[in-house]
Structures are given as structure tokens and as C-alpha cells.
Design a protein around this ligand. Sequence first.
Ligand code: TRP
Ligand code: ZN
Length: 871
Amino acid sequence: MRTETPQPIKLAEYRPPAYLVDEVHLTFRLEPNTTRVQARLSVRRNGEHAEPLVFNGERLKPVSVAVDGRVLAAGEHTIDAEFLTIPNLPAAFTLETEVEIDPENNKALEGLYMSGGRFCTQCEAEGFRKITFWPDRPDVLSKFTVRIEADRKFRHLLANGNLIERGELPGGRHFAVWNDPFLKPCYLFALVAGELDVLEDKLTTMSGRTVDLRIFVDPGMAGRATYAMDALKRSMLWDEQAYGREYDLDLFMIVAVRDFNFGAMENKGLNVFNSSLLLADPATATDLDYERIEAVVAHEYFHNWTGNRITCRDWFQLCLKEGLTVFREQGFCADMRGHAVGRIKAVKALRMRQFAEDQGPLAHPVRPNSYMKIDNFYTATIYEKGSEVIGMLKTLVGPDAFRKGMDLYFDRWDGHATTVEAFIECFAETSGQDLSDFFVWYEQAGTPRITVGGRYDETTRTLELTLTQTNPPTNGQETKRPVPIPVTVGLLDLEGRTLAFERDGQAVDETVIVLDQPEMKVTLTGVDAMPVISALRGFSAPVVMTTDAEPKERYVQLASDPDLFNRWEAGQDLAADLILSRAAGKPNEVGEERYAEAVGRALNDQASDEAFKALLLSLPAETDLALLRSPVDPAAIHDAREALRRRIALHLHDELRRLHTGLQDLGEFSPDAAGAGRRALRNAALDLLSATGRQEVADIASGHYHAALNMTDAIGGLNALMNIGGPAFEEALAHFFEKFQDEPLVIDKWFALQGRDPSELAIGRILGLTAHPAFDSRNPNRLRALVSSFANFNPARFHDPSGAGYRFLADQIIAVDRFNPMTAARLVDPLGGWKRLKPELGRLMKAELERIVAIEGLSKNVYELATRALN
Ligand code: TRP
Ligand code: ZN
């Protein structure tokens, strides 16, 4: 057991920094095990009082500390495991420090480390303190000049900003000097050194400046960066058009690295990407990879304004940059690939990750008010719900005031570190609205529950809507206030035609009701026929809605709702009801047939596109269904869902076969939305067919796999074969490994696929894969490919009645925590669900959490999450 309990950091205790650093010169003498870092800082006292200087510094071997050119003696400063402290300082001075660090043995992948023989850095959130002594907090903004010296075999020497000098040095070494003219917090610092190939391009900005674009990748891989480059250029143009924001340096660089704790990082002028989110070609990347690359390239690029030019005052404000940047990213992706499909995918992800978080012990507000390790708060709540909150803000103030508010925000706060309050204030000003109630969305955790019911009066042709909201308690927040919930509502008649109506005397097809009280009544007039209520269109708020709609009304929506989100949602609601009643032992076979029939009709709708139809074919995820009832019996949900899949497959067998044959890729591969949509529908059809388990489908899947001309179809075929199991699957699995063994990103897919195998016999194979020679838990991609895919996307086996799944996850967390706490902590989440599970499973899961918490020397990261999961 650990002896001292780590103390939480609180938003309420924010104090401005005692010292600011206006300028810094850093010199790196790079060596894999003994890198020297010299820092010369212009420091200025920030407050009135001469407080001691306390700078962060961890895992640094100090060489010297000097103030105004004089080396400090032992009694003039102290250095412990976390801080450099110097008392008695003047109001302004130069601080010079030199430290030694060991990048090669840095397996936490924070600070300066080595990946694939190259040096790279990751400083967000608190990694810069592992590079040099520094006030490591986002409200200290400085101008950085960086000199890098290294052996010439590290051919490219990169840092933020502009290259101002480079040259040769004796002893086979060389150097480069970079200057970043923009003020930035240290978490945006980056350095990369090594042998790389580069893909180059140019872009002219709206003011006519030319920007050089460079993407650096492993030697031989430049051809796989073309899609990322294309996505980058489209992102840059989109930000000019949508937000009037142009890029501000003459050079923009991206570097791909294989060992990376997250997806990507927005360092000023030098983004660093996990190679899985950058490299793509048809043979090795799926359509989903292409889609994610486009989204993440845009996301990191958009941070240049929302995050870098304007950053966070403290880490509690993380959603200020992340939620807003996800919102901008989603706007871009919708414009690139279609609004309805984009929205459905965003909501699926929100439900699967964020709603689950809200229902578990790790629930926290979009702006938390306390944390132990900020790394633990890069969550779906901060990112995805943070984006939803911005979307509601836009709905509430309207698009004009929203855009003006963004302009005001950029004007007012450019070059500063600020808060969520300051951001919201901009929209209060441009809209003239009082947004103080809106702020509750940032402070209150949990998913609001709303109900929408209607009473139609034929004689007066009025519809009286009753809306309610409740806000269930979450861990640490027992009582809640109502939040303003924008509920977008439209009406259909029973034939599915749009039914116009009047709200406050105005004729409309659609209206936004702001539900800001526990209960509210709204009367719509001029309603000429018995209506079907289409509420929460476009998923206008991140809430769980229940209505008193009959299945027949849902079927009207599934066939004809002009709001495509609600059309899809109606199908999901119907399917969820059918699966849950089957799981509860009350199968509704007539209902299941009717559902299959309706899905078949929707597939034949000429007006909707293939990507949308693919989404219609996919049933709610097992994890989503588990959120709807407790105690959760994962096996029952899995079996019931499979039963419905089988019934749809049998019912629509001919139709699905026709789709599978008819949608085969002809001609050249294109990663665009239309091509991806066709492949998605074809693979979804095959996936459903495989639920029948028939030999005939195994043959089709085998043919599909071996004929695949791209990775999307290869994985689609393999997945269908896995659903059926048996020798054809074994053969294809071995073939796939053999074929791609030298392609790390593809071998990740090989592990991930097997991690998702739900068959009862799979558990032995999955647990055994950690002993496979290609498994390497030091590489986060490989680790997550197996362990996260298993724990998050294979509920049937993760919740194996033996408890072996929980034990496996806990073993991995404990092992990885010894060298990479940030990544180990990101595996804890699936263990948070024990309270909602049926008791015999919940007990087994809880025991694993207790085992973790008792480990000697556990990191703060894992300790924080595991203890929260337990209480
Ligand atoms: N800021 C990054 C993003 O938005 C994510 C990030 C945070 C990150 N911490 C990190 C990435 C640590 C890598 C490692 O995309
Ligand atoms: Zn981000």
C-alpha cells in the first residue's frame, strides 16, 4: 500500500504564477543516454512580493544553476524530486540551468524520448518539466529560441517556428537554431531529431502568403503521407472560410512517430502525430483510418487558433481548447463527408464513450474542479461533451451571434491564456443573452434525462407538449440544477409527410424549445392532423430522451423523418427495445420480423446514400444497450443482439446478398466519402450475413477476404470469418499475419480484430496473445490494439464468467504502470462499471480494482482512477 495519499489540485485554489518567463534560449546536446539541456531564461517577478521561486523539474540530473551569471552554491537553492526552489531573488534576472536527461530509457513517452531511433518530445500536459526546470503551467507564455546539436546521422533537426541558422560542427556533428516568434506555454514545445523522409507542398493563404508544408515520416513512407497532406490543405482553407482564420508562420510541419501515448499533438508549427493517424494507403489503411486521419489532421491544425494563439489559463480549462477544437473538427468533417452521417457517427461515439463515463464512477463535469493527474482528464467528457456544449451554445445564440462571438473571442484573447468564463462572456455580449444558466453545463456532471410527451386536440388543432428534465446524481455531486436544453422539434403526419405548425403565431416546420426547468408545457397550434413528434432532431442536446411514442410512430420516422438523425435514431430505439426485451426473456418475434421488414424498405430508399444505409444496418452496440438497464447481464445482451442480427440476416438474406454483389469496388480506389460509403454498406451486409453462421456465408466471406483490393475489404472479410469461426477463419488469420508482418500498423489491426472475438473459445487465444513475439506493451498502439479492443469492444468475453477478462486487464495495467503511467491509466476505465453489473460479475471486477490499488509504487495516474472507480 502506498504510504502517502496524493493530494488533489483544486480550481478554487488557482493563483497567478509568481514568476514569468518572457524569453528562453534552450540548447540541446542530443545523446541517447546523456542529453544535456542548457536553458537561459529571462525571468520577471509577477506579484508584489518577493516569493521564493519554485519551478518544476522531474527526473532531471542537475549540472548547474546560475542567477545573473553567478553559479549558486548548495545553500542558495534546493532541488528535490519535483522542484527547484530559489529564495531571495531580484524582481528581474537571468536564470541559467544545465541538466542531463536519458531519452533512450524514457518509456513513459513524456518529455524527450526516443522512438524508432529518433528523438522526439511530448510535453502536454506536464512533460516539459522532464526536460528542464520551468514553471510548467499553461499561463506562463514565453518566446522560445532552440538550438539543437546532434550527430549528423540525426539528419533532420526540428523545433517550433522558423529555422534561423544551421551548420556543421566538429566531430561529425551538426546544429540547427529555431525561433518561434509567438508566445507559447511550454506544453506546446516540440523537438524532433532523426533520419526521416519528407513530403513537401505549399499553400497560399487568404492574405496571399505562401506557407511551406512538410510532413516527416519513416524512411520510405512519404507516399503514405499524401492523404494527410491533402487533409491538411483542406483544413487550412476551411478555417479561413468558416472562421476567417489563417495560418500564421511560413512553415507548418507534421512528424509521424510510432511510439505515442495519444493520437496527436498540436505543438506550434510542429505537430507530432501517432503514425496510425497519419500514414495511409489503400493496401494498409481502412476507410475508417482515412476518416480519422482527416479528422485528426484538421483537429491539430485548428488548435493553432483554439489552443495555441489562445490557450488555457490552467488545466481545469482544458475543454476551452479541446471541446471547441472538436466542435470545429466536426464542422469540417461534416462539410467534407456529409452532415447527417457525420452527426450520427459523432453521437454514436459520444454515447459509447461519454455516456458510459457519466454513468460510472469516473463521471466529471466538462470543467472539472479537482484532479490529481491532469493526464487522466483527457476524456470523452472534456472532448466530446465539450463539443456538444459548444453546439448547444450555437443553437441558443444563433449562427450569427455565434460567429461574431468567435471573432470577439479571437480579438480579445489572442496571445493570452484564458478561461471558459471569458469565452462564454463573448457570446453573452454578441447575443445580448444572459448565459449564466448555460454555464451549469460546464459545472455539472452527468447526462440529463428528458421526456417529451404530446396531447393532440383535434377540435382545436393544438398539440400540447409536456417536457421534463431530471439530472440524476453522480459521484460527488448529489443534487443538481436544471440546465437549459435546446430541444429541436418537428412534426410528421402518419403518412410521414412534414406537418407544418405554428409556434407563438409563427408558421414553421421546426422549432427549438429551450427546456430550462424541471417541467414545461408548450402549445403548438395549427396542427392539421394527428402528429408524430420528431424531437431532439439532430441530437440537439447531449441527453437521454424517452417519449411515449408507439412503435408505429417510430416506424413512420424510420421510413420518412426528414431529419436523418432522427430517422436513424428511430431504428436504433426500435432495435434497442427488441434486444432488451429478448435479453429479459421476453422475445417479441413479431416485432423482430416487422423491424427486419422496415430495415429492408429503408435499404431500398433511392434517396438516401450508402453510408447512411450502412449505419441503419448496424444495431446499437452492446455497451450502449448496457447503459439502458441495470443490473447488466452482458452475456444476455450479447446473445439477444446476435439473435436479432440473425433474424434480420435471414429475413433480408436475398437483399443483403444483392448488396454484397452489386457494391463490389470497380475501378480505382478512392478514399472519398462516396467510395467509403459503398464499401461500408457492402461490408455491413456481409457482417449481418455472417450472423447466420452458415457455411455458404463463410465461403462468401473467404472469397471477399482473398479478393480484397484494399484494407477495408480485407478487414471486412476477416471480421465476417471471425463471426463464423472455424478453419476458414484460422487460415485467413494466418495468411493476414504472414502477408503484413512487416507493417506494424496492420499488425495492430490483426491484434485488435482478435481482441474483439466474442466466441466462447476465444478467451484463451486472446490472453495468450501477450506471449506472441509481435506483442510489445511498450508500444502503446500495440498494447491498445489488443488490450483496449478486448476490454472496450468485446463485452461478451471481457465479462467472461470466469473473471479471466478482468484479471487480464488488471495484470496489464499493473505491468504497464511500471514504465508508462499515462497509458496504463487509460486502460482503467472499463473496470469502472462494476456497480452496474450483475452482482456475481461486479464482485469479481471490484476485486481486481482492489488488487490494483494495493500495489506498491503505483503511479498517481492509476491510483487516482482506480480509487475513484472503487468508491
Ligand atoms: N492536445 C492533444 C490533442 O488534442 C492531445 C494530448 C494531450 C496528447 N495530452 C497528450 C497527445 C499526451 C499525446 C500525448 O489532440
Ligand atoms: Zn485537441
